[in-house]
Design a protein around this ligand. Structure first.
Ligand code: GLP
Length: 241
């Protein structure tokens, strides 16, 4: 793992957006893996700025998002589909048909998950994947468990994740209890990965990811086994290393 510590979240956003820009300039039809959460927002703002400045053309890019809440449709302002359009896609020029987010309203979630993995494979796999990390070490919605899930699947969210994400909803009761998520195996297939963490409340998870055993109890620890991972941290998130 290539671990880098930055002064603040904006510096991380600039560095991560530069990785995306370099990827897209080198390969205009790149397949990008995108994440939600508050952590990638500075990255998305900088990606939009690079488009605005004419530095990067995203028109050939295809995207796959990591996860989606079960039961929220695209118009729900807490769905990840909505989040991605609101925070990135409306500012850049990726054609809508090249944007992919799992459907939380799928009648057959198992089929939705299977088709998603097949579509990523058919697109040639993800070139560059951005990840955040949950306080319990989750990546996407792969919660701590006993084995690393290989494929996209449906999950029950843990109390820790519901608690962390309730700030976006009217109350904890409004947070969906399930999600569809790319599996750990799906994520590990990405050719390169950048994982970002900011703030001292992520310091324990970051420590376990980098220095702990490779253990599905800390799903992010699997990244120790990936050949091309960049970890971008602010001083708070790096404070226990
Ligand atoms: C959610 C998402 C994750 C994200 C995590 C951390 O649970 N499914 O992909 O990494 O939250 O979010 P934040 O960046 O807001 O701390």
């Amino acid at each position: 793992m290539n671990v880098r510590v930055y002064k603040n979240a904006d510096a991380i956003g600039a560095a991560a957006a530069a990785l995306f820009a370099a990827q897209v300039i080198a390969k205009p039809n790149s397949v990008l893996g995108l994440a939600t959460g508050s952590t990638p927002l500075p990255t998305y703002r900088r990606m939009a700025a690079l488009y605005e400045e004419g530095a990067v053309d995203y028109s050939g890019v295809t995207t796959y998002n990591l996860d989606e809440y079960v039961g929220l449709d695209h118009d729900h302002d807490q769905s990840y589909y909505y989040f991605m359009h609101d925070n990135l896609f409306k500012y850049i020029n990726i054609p809508e048909e090249q944007i992919h987010v799992l459907s939380g309203m799928a009648k057959d979630p198992a089929e939705e998950c299977k088709a998603y993995d097949a579509a990523i494979d058919a697109a040639g796999g993800i070139d560059l994947q951005i990840l955040g990390i949950g306080r319990n070490g989750h990546i996407a919605f792969n919660e701590p468990t006993t084995t690393f899930p290989p494929t996209t699947h449906i999950v029950d969210l843990t109390e820790s994740t519901i608690e962390a994400n309730k700030r976006f909803f009217a109350s904890a009761d409004d947070v969906p209890r399930q999600a569809l998520t790319m599996g750990i195996g799906s994520i590990m297939k990405a050719k390169s990965i950048v994982i970002i963490a900011t703030g001292a409340d992520k310091a324990d998870a970051v420590y376990a990811m980098i220095n702990g055993p490779v253990d599905p109890q800390c799903p992010a620890s699997v990244l120790q086994l990936h050949p091309n991972v960049t970890v971008m941290l602010d001083e708070g998130a790096a404070s226990k290393l």
